[in-house]
Design a protein around this ligand. Sequence first.
Ligand code: HEM
Length: 403
Amino acid sequence: KTKKTGRYANIIPMAELNTKEKRLNPFPIYDQLRQSTPVRYDESRSCWDVFRYEDVHRILKDPATFSSKRGMDIRKRENILIMDPPRHTQMRGLVNKAFTPKVVADLAPHITSITNALLDAVLDHGKMDIVSDLAVPLPVIVIAELLGVPTEDRQLFKEWSDILVKGPDENTEEAFNQVVAENAQASEELSAYFARIVEQRRSEPKDDLISLLLAAEIEGQKLNDEEVIAFSILLLAAGNETTTNLIANAVRRLTEDQALQRQLKENPDLIPSFIEEVLRFYPPVQAIGRVATRDVEIGGMQIKAGDQVISWVASANRDEAKFKDPGSFVVDRKPNPHLAFGFGIHFCLGAPLARLEGQIALRTILERLQDIQFVTGSELSYIQSPFVYGVKQYPITFQAIDR
Ligand code: HEM
Protein backbone atom coordinates (compact mmCIF):
# COMPACT_ATOMS: atom_id res chain seq x y z
CA LYS A 1 0.00 0.00 0.00
CA THR A 2 1.51 3.33 -1.00
CA LYS A 3 0.59 6.93 -0.33
CA LYS A 4 0.31 9.50 -3.05
CA THR A 5 1.37 12.64 -1.23
CA GLY A 6 5.13 12.28 -1.17
CA ARG A 7 5.58 15.90 -0.27
CA TYR A 8 8.41 15.03 2.07
CA ALA A 9 10.33 13.04 -0.50
CA ASN A 10 12.06 15.95 -2.15
CA ILE A 11 12.83 17.72 1.09
CA ILE A 12 13.51 15.44 4.04
CA PRO A 13 16.72 13.39 4.31
CA MET A 14 16.50 9.62 4.80
CA ALA A 15 16.21 8.57 8.46
CA GLU A 16 19.25 6.32 7.99
CA LEU A 17 21.42 9.41 7.51
CA ASN A 18 20.74 10.63 11.02
CA THR A 19 24.18 11.58 12.30
CA LYS A 20 26.73 14.12 11.23
CA GLU A 21 29.25 11.38 10.41
CA LYS A 22 26.74 9.67 8.14
CA ARG A 23 25.82 12.91 6.39
CA LEU A 24 29.50 13.60 5.76
CA ASN A 25 30.04 10.04 4.54
CA PRO A 26 26.70 8.51 3.48
CA PHE A 27 28.27 5.98 1.10
CA PRO A 28 28.44 2.97 3.46
CA ILE A 29 24.71 3.44 4.14
CA TYR A 30 23.95 3.40 0.41
CA ASP A 31 26.03 0.22 0.06
CA GLN A 32 24.01 -1.43 2.83
CA LEU A 33 20.64 -0.34 1.46
CA ARG A 34 21.55 -1.41 -2.08
CA GLN A 35 22.22 -4.92 -0.72
CA SER A 36 19.33 -5.19 1.72
CA THR A 37 16.50 -3.25 0.06
CA PRO A 38 17.48 -2.21 -3.47
CA VAL A 39 13.96 -0.86 -4.06
CA ARG A 40 11.94 0.04 -0.98
CA TYR A 41 9.05 2.19 0.11
CA ASP A 42 9.83 4.68 2.90
CA GLU A 43 6.69 5.46 4.90
CA SER A 44 8.20 8.44 6.70
CA ARG A 45 9.02 10.25 3.47
CA SER A 46 6.18 8.72 1.40
CA CYS A 47 8.40 7.73 -1.50
CA TRP A 48 10.24 4.86 -3.14
CA ASP A 49 14.02 4.76 -2.88
CA VAL A 50 15.93 3.04 -5.68
CA PHE A 51 19.59 2.15 -5.15
CA ARG A 52 20.83 -0.08 -8.00
CA TYR A 53 22.48 1.26 -11.13
CA GLU A 54 20.35 -0.81 -13.47
CA ASP A 55 17.08 0.36 -11.91
CA VAL A 56 18.14 4.02 -11.67
CA HIS A 57 19.23 3.94 -15.29
CA ARG A 58 15.92 2.42 -16.37
CA ILE A 59 13.94 5.11 -14.53
CA LEU A 60 15.92 8.04 -15.95
CA LYS A 61 15.69 6.56 -19.45
CA ASP A 62 11.90 6.38 -19.40
CA PRO A 63 10.39 9.85 -18.89
CA ALA A 64 6.97 8.69 -20.12
CA THR A 65 6.67 6.33 -17.13
CA PHE A 66 8.70 8.45 -14.70
CA SER A 67 7.64 12.07 -15.01
CA SER A 68 9.69 15.04 -13.87
CA LYS A 69 6.55 16.93 -12.83
CA ARG A 70 7.15 16.24 -9.18
CA GLY A 71 3.75 16.19 -7.51
CA MET A 72 3.94 18.33 -4.39
CA ASP A 73 7.33 19.87 -4.97
CA ILE A 74 7.63 23.13 -3.07
CA ARG A 75 9.81 24.56 -5.82
CA LYS A 76 6.74 25.41 -7.79
CA ARG A 77 8.05 27.68 -10.49
CA GLU A 78 7.84 25.99 -13.88
CA ASN A 79 11.25 25.26 -15.33
CA ILE A 80 12.71 22.58 -17.61
CA LEU A 81 13.93 20.50 -14.67
CA ILE A 82 10.33 19.80 -13.68
CA MET A 83 8.78 19.66 -17.16
CA ASP A 84 7.95 16.74 -19.45
CA PRO A 85 7.97 16.61 -23.26
CA PRO A 86 6.84 18.18 -25.50
CA ARG A 87 7.30 21.47 -23.59
CA HIS A 88 10.57 20.29 -22.07
CA THR A 89 12.06 19.53 -25.51
CA GLN A 90 11.06 22.94 -26.88
CA MET A 91 12.27 24.98 -23.92
CA ARG A 92 15.54 23.10 -23.58
CA GLY A 93 16.13 23.54 -27.31
CA LEU A 94 16.25 27.31 -26.80
CA VAL A 95 19.40 27.25 -24.70
CA ASN A 96 21.03 24.00 -25.82
CA LYS A 97 23.27 25.80 -28.27
CA ALA A 98 24.68 28.08 -25.58
CA PHE A 99 25.95 25.08 -23.57
CA THR A 100 27.51 22.72 -26.12
CA PRO A 101 31.07 21.57 -25.33
CA LYS A 102 32.36 23.55 -28.31
CA VAL A 103 30.74 26.86 -27.30
CA VAL A 104 31.71 26.35 -23.68
CA ALA A 105 35.36 25.57 -24.58
CA ASP A 106 35.72 29.16 -25.82
CA LEU A 107 35.18 30.30 -22.23
CA ALA A 108 38.34 28.50 -21.04
CA PRO A 109 40.76 31.48 -21.11
CA HIS A 110 38.28 33.63 -19.25
CA ILE A 111 37.51 30.95 -16.64
CA THR A 112 41.27 30.53 -16.17
CA SER A 113 41.75 34.22 -15.53
CA ILE A 114 38.90 34.35 -12.99
CA THR A 115 40.47 31.36 -11.22
CA ASN A 116 43.88 33.02 -11.20
CA ALA A 117 42.45 36.25 -9.82
CA LEU A 118 40.70 34.37 -7.00
CA LEU A 119 43.94 32.53 -6.14
CA ASP A 120 46.00 35.78 -6.33
CA ALA A 121 43.91 37.12 -3.47
CA VAL A 122 44.94 34.33 -1.08
CA LEU A 123 48.27 33.05 -2.38
CA ASP A 124 50.48 34.99 0.02
CA HIS A 125 48.62 33.73 3.06
CA GLY A 126 49.65 30.09 2.63
CA LYS A 127 46.15 29.09 3.66
CA MET A 128 42.64 29.45 2.31
CA ASP A 129 39.15 28.05 2.57
CA ILE A 130 38.73 26.22 -0.71
CA VAL A 131 34.93 26.57 -0.49
CA SER A 132 34.51 30.29 0.17
CA ASP A 133 37.70 31.50 -1.56
CA LEU A 134 37.38 29.58 -4.83
CA ALA A 135 34.66 26.93 -5.15
CA VAL A 136 31.79 29.31 -4.36
CA PRO A 137 32.81 32.44 -6.31
CA LEU A 138 34.11 30.77 -9.51
CA PRO A 139 30.84 29.20 -10.72
CA VAL A 140 28.76 32.15 -9.52
CA ILE A 141 30.86 34.65 -11.46
CA VAL A 142 30.81 32.47 -14.60
CA ILE A 143 27.05 31.91 -14.61
CA ALA A 144 26.27 35.53 -13.66
CA GLU A 145 28.33 36.73 -16.62
CA LEU A 146 26.64 34.28 -18.99
CA LEU A 147 23.20 35.35 -17.81
CA GLY A 148 24.16 38.99 -17.91
CA VAL A 149 23.56 39.88 -14.27
CA PRO A 150 26.02 41.98 -12.22
CA THR A 151 28.72 39.79 -10.64
CA GLU A 152 28.84 42.27 -7.72
CA ASP A 153 25.54 40.77 -6.59
CA ARG A 154 27.10 37.36 -6.18
CA GLN A 155 26.75 37.31 -2.40
CA LEU A 156 23.01 37.64 -2.86
CA PHE A 157 22.89 34.83 -5.48
CA LYS A 158 24.76 32.56 -3.13
CA GLU A 159 22.39 33.24 -0.24
CA TRP A 160 19.34 32.68 -2.43
CA SER A 161 20.57 29.51 -4.08
CA ASP A 162 21.63 28.06 -0.72
CA ILE A 163 18.04 28.41 0.45
CA LEU A 164 16.62 26.88 -2.75
CA VAL A 165 18.42 23.56 -2.15
CA LYS A 166 17.98 23.58 1.61
CA GLY A 167 16.07 20.96 3.57
CA PRO A 168 15.12 20.62 7.24
CA ASP A 169 17.27 18.45 9.43
CA GLU A 170 14.33 16.88 11.22
CA ASN A 171 11.31 15.06 9.91
CA THR A 172 8.83 17.32 11.68
CA GLU A 173 5.97 19.44 10.45
CA GLU A 174 7.53 22.52 12.01
CA ALA A 175 10.94 22.09 10.38
CA PHE A 176 9.24 21.33 7.08
CA ASN A 177 7.05 24.44 7.22
CA GLN A 178 10.00 26.62 8.02
CA VAL A 179 11.90 25.41 4.97
CA VAL A 180 8.84 25.93 2.80
CA ALA A 181 8.48 29.50 4.08
CA GLU A 182 12.17 30.36 3.60
CA ASN A 183 12.10 28.84 0.17
CA ALA A 184 9.03 30.81 -0.84
CA GLN A 185 10.63 34.03 0.32
CA ALA A 186 13.89 33.40 -1.54
CA SER A 187 11.90 32.56 -4.68
CA GLU A 188 9.98 35.84 -4.36
CA GLU A 189 13.16 37.86 -3.95
CA LEU A 190 14.86 36.10 -6.85
CA SER A 191 11.82 36.70 -9.07
CA ALA A 192 11.75 40.38 -8.20
CA TYR A 193 15.47 40.63 -8.88
CA PHE A 194 15.24 38.95 -12.28
CA ALA A 195 12.04 40.81 -13.18
CA ARG A 196 14.04 44.05 -13.10
CA ILE A 197 16.80 42.63 -15.31
CA VAL A 198 14.28 41.16 -17.76
CA GLU A 199 12.62 44.53 -18.08
CA GLN A 200 15.96 46.22 -18.78
CA ARG A 201 16.92 43.62 -21.41
CA ARG A 202 13.57 43.91 -23.13
CA SER A 203 14.20 47.56 -23.86
CA GLU A 204 17.94 47.14 -24.38
CA PRO A 205 19.04 43.61 -25.41
CA LYS A 206 22.65 42.58 -24.85
CA ASP A 207 24.77 39.59 -25.80
CA ASP A 208 23.69 37.43 -22.86
CA LEU A 209 21.43 34.47 -22.07
CA ILE A 210 18.56 36.54 -20.72
CA SER A 211 18.43 38.53 -23.96
CA LEU A 212 18.64 35.26 -25.91
CA LEU A 213 15.66 33.86 -24.00
CA LEU A 214 13.66 37.05 -24.55
CA ALA A 215 14.26 36.91 -28.30
CA ALA A 216 13.56 33.18 -28.62
CA GLU A 217 10.34 31.79 -30.08
CA ILE A 218 8.61 28.43 -29.81
CA GLU A 219 6.24 27.86 -32.75
CA GLY A 220 6.11 31.60 -33.35
CA GLN A 221 5.44 32.38 -29.68
CA LYS A 222 7.79 34.29 -27.43
CA LEU A 223 8.30 33.23 -23.82
CA ASN A 224 6.52 35.34 -21.26
CA ASP A 225 8.40 37.12 -18.46
CA GLU A 226 7.50 34.43 -15.92
CA GLU A 227 9.08 31.75 -18.10
CA VAL A 228 12.25 33.76 -18.70
CA ILE A 229 12.55 34.49 -14.97
CA ALA A 230 12.04 30.81 -14.05
CA PHE A 231 14.66 29.72 -16.57
CA SER A 232 17.16 32.29 -15.27
CA ILE A 233 16.64 31.22 -11.66
CA LEU A 234 17.17 27.57 -12.62
CA LEU A 235 20.40 28.34 -14.46
CA LEU A 236 21.68 30.39 -11.56
CA ALA A 237 20.84 27.87 -8.85
CA ALA A 238 21.59 24.64 -10.77
CA GLY A 239 25.00 25.89 -11.79
CA ASN A 240 25.99 27.17 -8.36
CA GLU A 241 25.47 24.65 -5.65
CA THR A 242 26.62 21.75 -7.75
CA THR A 243 29.83 23.04 -9.33
CA THR A 244 30.95 24.48 -5.99
CA ASN A 245 30.76 21.00 -4.52
CA LEU A 246 32.52 19.40 -7.47
CA ILE A 247 35.51 21.72 -6.97
CA ALA A 248 35.52 21.40 -3.18
CA ASN A 249 35.11 17.60 -3.29
CA ALA A 250 37.97 17.38 -5.82
CA VAL A 251 40.33 19.34 -3.57
CA ARG A 252 39.15 17.31 -0.59
CA ARG A 253 40.21 14.20 -2.51
CA LEU A 254 43.67 15.70 -3.16
CA THR A 255 44.20 16.25 0.55
CA GLU A 256 42.95 12.76 1.41
CA ASP A 257 45.54 11.17 -0.87
CA GLN A 258 48.93 12.89 -1.09
CA ALA A 259 50.25 10.31 -3.59
CA LEU A 260 47.35 11.17 -5.88
CA GLN A 261 48.18 14.86 -5.46
CA ARG A 262 51.78 14.26 -6.60
CA GLN A 263 50.62 12.02 -9.45
CA LEU A 264 48.27 14.69 -10.82
CA LYS A 265 50.90 17.37 -10.47
CA GLU A 266 53.33 15.33 -12.52
CA ASN A 267 50.72 14.27 -15.03
CA PRO A 268 48.05 16.97 -15.50
CA ASP A 269 46.65 15.06 -18.48
CA LEU A 270 44.92 12.92 -15.86
CA ILE A 271 42.84 15.87 -14.64
CA PRO A 272 39.77 15.23 -16.87
CA SER A 273 39.48 11.59 -15.80
CA PHE A 274 40.20 12.62 -12.19
CA ILE A 275 37.23 15.01 -12.33
CA GLU A 276 34.99 12.24 -13.72
CA GLU A 277 36.04 9.96 -10.87
CA VAL A 278 35.30 12.71 -8.32
CA LEU A 279 31.84 12.98 -9.89
CA ARG A 280 31.33 9.23 -9.51
CA PHE A 281 32.82 8.99 -6.03
CA TYR A 282 31.45 12.18 -4.42
CA PRO A 283 28.50 13.20 -6.61
CA PRO A 284 27.31 16.75 -5.80
CA VAL A 285 23.72 15.66 -6.53
CA GLN A 286 23.01 12.45 -4.63
CA ALA A 287 19.50 11.65 -5.86
CA ILE A 288 16.97 12.57 -8.54
CA GLY A 289 13.18 12.62 -8.07
CA ARG A 290 10.46 11.37 -10.43
CA VAL A 291 6.74 10.52 -10.24
CA ALA A 292 5.33 7.31 -11.73
CA THR A 293 2.68 7.97 -14.39
CA ARG A 294 1.38 4.38 -14.41
CA ASP A 295 1.65 1.19 -12.36
CA VAL A 296 5.08 -0.29 -13.02
CA GLU A 297 7.41 -2.91 -11.59
CA ILE A 298 10.96 -2.01 -10.57
CA GLY A 299 13.28 -4.56 -9.01
CA GLY A 300 10.34 -6.83 -8.18
CA MET A 301 8.36 -4.08 -6.41
CA GLN A 302 4.98 -2.80 -7.56
CA ILE A 303 5.08 0.97 -7.98
CA LYS A 304 1.71 2.65 -8.35
CA ALA A 305 0.74 5.54 -10.63
CA GLY A 306 1.29 8.77 -8.69
CA ASP A 307 4.04 7.41 -6.42
CA GLN A 308 7.21 9.45 -5.86
CA VAL A 309 10.38 7.64 -6.88
CA ILE A 310 13.81 8.76 -5.69
CA SER A 311 16.76 7.47 -7.73
CA TRP A 312 19.96 7.42 -5.69
CA VAL A 313 22.68 8.15 -8.24
CA ALA A 314 25.26 8.28 -5.42
CA SER A 315 24.46 4.62 -4.75
CA ALA A 316 24.24 3.66 -8.44
CA ASN A 317 27.72 5.15 -8.93
CA ARG A 318 29.07 2.60 -6.46
CA ASP A 319 27.12 -0.42 -7.65
CA GLU A 320 29.45 -3.40 -7.88
CA ALA A 321 27.29 -4.83 -10.68
CA LYS A 322 28.35 -1.89 -12.86
CA PHE A 323 31.76 -0.70 -11.62
CA LYS A 324 34.80 -2.80 -10.85
CA ASP A 325 36.06 -2.16 -7.33
CA PRO A 326 33.53 0.67 -6.84
CA GLY A 327 34.74 1.65 -3.37
CA SER A 328 38.20 2.53 -4.71
CA PHE A 329 39.02 5.90 -6.21
CA VAL A 330 40.60 5.06 -9.58
CA VAL A 331 41.98 8.23 -11.11
CA ASP A 332 42.07 6.87 -14.68
CA ARG A 333 38.91 4.74 -14.53
CA LYS A 334 37.72 3.92 -18.04
CA PRO A 335 34.95 3.66 -18.95
CA ASN A 336 33.29 5.69 -16.23
CA PRO A 337 29.54 5.73 -16.94
CA HIS A 338 28.65 7.51 -13.67
CA LEU A 339 25.22 9.12 -13.34
CA ALA A 340 26.30 12.30 -11.52
CA PHE A 341 24.78 14.45 -14.28
CA GLY A 342 21.70 12.23 -14.62
CA PHE A 343 20.82 10.43 -17.83
CA GLY A 344 18.46 10.82 -20.79
CA ILE A 345 16.44 13.87 -21.76
CA HIS A 346 17.15 15.77 -18.52
CA PHE A 347 20.90 15.05 -18.62
CA CYS A 348 22.55 18.10 -17.08
CA LEU A 349 22.51 20.98 -19.52
CA GLY A 350 25.49 22.54 -17.77
CA ALA A 351 27.67 19.40 -17.74
CA PRO A 352 30.21 20.69 -20.31
CA LEU A 353 30.53 23.94 -18.36
CA ALA A 354 30.80 22.20 -14.97
CA ARG A 355 33.45 19.82 -16.32
CA LEU A 356 35.44 22.70 -17.78
CA GLU A 357 35.26 24.74 -14.56
CA GLY A 358 36.27 21.72 -12.49
CA GLN A 359 39.20 20.91 -14.78
CA ILE A 360 40.44 24.49 -14.95
CA ALA A 361 40.13 24.98 -11.18
CA LEU A 362 42.16 21.85 -10.49
CA ARG A 363 44.74 22.54 -13.18
CA THR A 364 45.32 26.06 -11.88
CA ILE A 365 45.45 24.93 -8.25
CA LEU A 366 48.04 22.28 -9.10
CA GLU A 367 50.09 24.77 -11.12
CA ARG A 368 50.20 27.37 -8.39
CA LEU A 369 50.00 25.50 -5.09
CA GLN A 370 51.89 22.56 -3.68
CA ASP A 371 51.81 20.48 -0.54
CA ILE A 372 48.08 21.07 -0.15
CA GLN A 373 46.89 19.85 3.24
CA PHE A 374 43.61 19.88 5.07
CA VAL A 375 43.90 21.84 8.31
CA THR A 376 43.55 18.89 10.66
CA GLY A 377 41.16 19.32 13.52
CA SER A 378 38.99 21.82 11.64
CA GLU A 379 35.32 21.36 12.21
CA LEU A 380 33.53 20.12 9.08
CA SER A 381 29.84 20.73 8.51
CA TYR A 382 27.74 19.34 5.71
CA ILE A 383 25.33 21.20 3.49
CA GLN A 384 21.90 20.81 4.98
CA SER A 385 20.13 19.52 1.91
CA PRO A 386 18.50 16.17 1.19
CA PHE A 387 20.17 15.77 -2.19
CA VAL A 388 23.11 18.16 -2.52
CA TYR A 389 26.31 16.71 -1.13
CA GLY A 390 29.26 18.74 0.06
CA VAL A 391 30.94 20.53 2.93
CA LYS A 392 30.36 24.13 3.96
CA GLN A 393 34.01 24.91 4.67
CA TYR A 394 37.23 23.17 3.79
CA PRO A 395 40.33 24.96 5.11
CA ILE A 396 43.66 24.07 3.52
CA THR A 397 47.29 25.08 3.88
CA PHE A 398 49.75 25.07 0.98
CA GLN A 399 53.03 26.41 -0.37
CA ALA A 400 52.73 28.91 -3.20
CA ILE A 401 54.82 28.02 -6.23
CA ASP A 402 56.99 30.89 -7.56
CA ARG A 403 56.24 31.77 -11.15
C1 HEM B 1 20.10 18.99 -14.73
C2 HEM B 1 23.79 17.70 -11.89
C3 HEM B 1 26.16 21.78 -13.11
C4 HEM B 1 22.18 23.36 -15.33
C5 HEM B 1 20.93 18.26 -13.91
C6 HEM B 1 20.67 16.92 -13.46
C7 HEM B 1 21.69 16.58 -12.63
C8 HEM B 1 22.62 17.69 -12.60
C9 HEM B 1 21.85 15.26 -11.88
C10 HEM B 1 19.47 16.03 -13.86
C11 HEM B 1 18.26 16.26 -13.01
C12 HEM B 1 17.10 15.39 -13.41
O1 HEM B 1 17.24 14.46 -14.22
O2 HEM B 1 16.01 15.63 -12.87
C13 HEM B 1 24.76 18.69 -12.00
C14 HEM B 1 26.07 18.60 -11.41
C15 HEM B 1 26.74 19.76 -11.76
C16 HEM B 1 25.84 20.56 -12.56
C17 HEM B 1 26.58 17.43 -10.57
C18 HEM B 1 28.14 20.19 -11.42
C19 HEM B 1 29.10 19.40 -11.11
C20 HEM B 1 25.31 22.57 -13.83
C21 HEM B 1 25.61 23.86 -14.40
C22 HEM B 1 24.46 24.31 -14.99
C23 HEM B 1 23.46 23.29 -14.84
C24 HEM B 1 26.96 24.56 -14.34
C25 HEM B 1 24.14 25.59 -15.72
C26 HEM B 1 24.86 26.43 -16.18
C27 HEM B 1 21.29 22.32 -15.35
C28 HEM B 1 19.97 22.41 -15.95
C29 HEM B 1 19.37 21.15 -15.78
C30 HEM B 1 20.33 20.31 -15.07
C31 HEM B 1 19.38 23.61 -16.65
C32 HEM B 1 17.98 20.72 -16.23
C33 HEM B 1 18.06 19.98 -17.54
C34 HEM B 1 16.75 19.40 -17.96
O3 HEM B 1 15.86 19.22 -17.13
O4 HEM B 1 16.61 19.13 -19.16
N1 HEM B 1 22.14 18.71 -13.40
N2 HEM B 1 24.65 19.88 -12.67
N3 HEM B 1 23.99 22.24 -14.14
N4 HEM B 1 21.47 21.06 -14.84
FE1 HEM B 1 23.10 20.43 -13.84
